[in-house]
Write a protein that binds this ligand. Sequence first.
Ligand SMILES: Nc1ncnc2c1ncn2[C@@H]1O[C@H](COP(=O)(O)OP(=O)(O)O)[C@@H](O)[C@H]1O
Ligand SMILES: O=P(O)(O)OC[C@H]1O[C@](O)(COP(=O)(O)O)[C@@H](O)[C@@H]1O
Ligand SMILES: [Mg+2]
Length: 483
Amino acid sequence: MGSNLNSKPKLVSGTAGYVLQDVPHLTDYILNLPTYTNPLRDNPAYSVVKQYFVNVDDSVPERITVHSDSPRGIHFRRAGPRQKVYFDADEVRAAIVTCGGLCPGLNTVVRELVCSLYHMYGVKKVIGINGGYKGFYARNTINLTPKSVNDIHKRGGTVLGSSRGGHVTNKIVDSIQDRGINQVYIIGGDGTQRGASAIFEEVRKRGLKVAIVGIPKTIDNDIPVIDKSFGFDTAVEEAQRAINAAHVEAESVENGIGVVKLMGRYSGFIAMHATLASRDVDCCLIPESPFYLEGHGGLYDYIEKTLKENGHMVIVIAEGAGQELVSESIQSMNKQDESGNKLLQDVGLWISQRIKDYFAKKKTMSITLKYIDPTYMIRAVPSNASDNVYCTLLAQSAVHGAMAGYTGFTSGLVHGRQTYIPFYRIIERQNHVVITDRMWARLLSSTNQPSFVNCKCVTEETKEDEPLKLFPDENCSDETLVN
Ligand SMILES: Nc1ncnc2c1ncn2[C@@H]1O[C@H](COP(=O)(O)OP(=O)(O)O)[C@@H](O)[C@H]1O
Ligand SMILES: O=P(O)(O)OC[C@H]1O[C@](O)(COP(=O)(O)O)[C@@H](O)[C@@H]1O
Ligand SMILES: [Mg+2]
């Protein structure tokens, strides 16, 4: 984080090794802010709820698997409505922005932010920033009301539009200041949360009463700490349709192979979960598990064996898998998108061609291969029922946090509880499938595919809590979606 001393992590220690990784609050840098009674007290829908307000000291542990002698460990502030709020409804001018790639559920989060602000807190001024970060200074805004967002959750994409690149911190904060915005809800992935953190630092440097709140969006599920990201369930469900189609095609012909490419730039969660859900997949290839084609234990060997045994097979490949192999055979262009993300080679097309070439050359077996790339179709669908509920809770928690004066945080689910997580924990690393965890073992045993892992890497000394580090500086959690 920045050089300003105030931007250091806020840590609160307690007995028995308890550590609260707290989130910033407006009162950390603005003195004598007035408080108001939370209007939810008078809301007939919520007045009947016992203990509706969250105790300010409530926190949620980062790790829930403990031993009798474990220290209590790191905790996050529990999300939810507070008795006191730091904004009067009439004073609030909220802005919502969606950034980065699409993900099912974006519209649901937008809808629920607007409805929570209006219906829970009586806020009447909510605007949408058009087209991602650059929209703050280069586009018009959109007025958002419960009526205008009423049925947007039934649509894929984002009604606000999105973009990559264009994060110019000073211009964005100037625009926030010029427009009198004092709550900013920023929906996006790892890149977006980095941008949100930079905005927060600048806002604090200028001493502005503006709450900066992140809502984590990533179809790849690559954001750390949180249980999973919204849209992930929908993506896994939608991927089943492509896998089913590949299976139907493959089993209808002799030695049929169906190849399905799924999203997952650096994290193979969608591929892993879609494979486990389907049971029709014979091989799942992800970025975290390097594989090889030729020789004993290689992919060609396994394909031949599976075709001999079953007459057909389905391969699921995450878009970021095997990139090092593709670069070896195709001149790597090393291009980046506007946000600086490396543009990947189409590994699905590449592997399909390599498999076809291999069997054509070998002449022992004639195969029919069908390649399906449903990636953008999956990303564009509306969120399913469970993701809709998840999006609703994330949005409500975000609004409760901003109204309570918290800032510089991401609203996220940790072990099924809504929490406020400081930006630095969200942006410090990416979440990856840990191939020495039980979940990947479950996948290997369900597909029966080779592990492609050099056995020397996984020694007996590799302890359960110390997963094999395939990514430098990785601090993998054994709790997030993997066990
Ligand atoms: N390190 C960074 N600092 C500031 N802004 C960033 C950073 N990385 C990405 N951004 C901005 O965040 C937005 C979304 O980032 P991107 O990587 O495209 O998607 P995602 O947020 O889904 O990962 C873009 O407008 C980009 O300019
Ligand atoms: O829309 P683009 O730029 O082709 O993005 C494709 C990428 O977006 C994603 O769907 C999501 O990535 P982000 O979360 O970084 O936006 C990746 O799975 C994929 O590699
Ligand atoms: Mg990203």
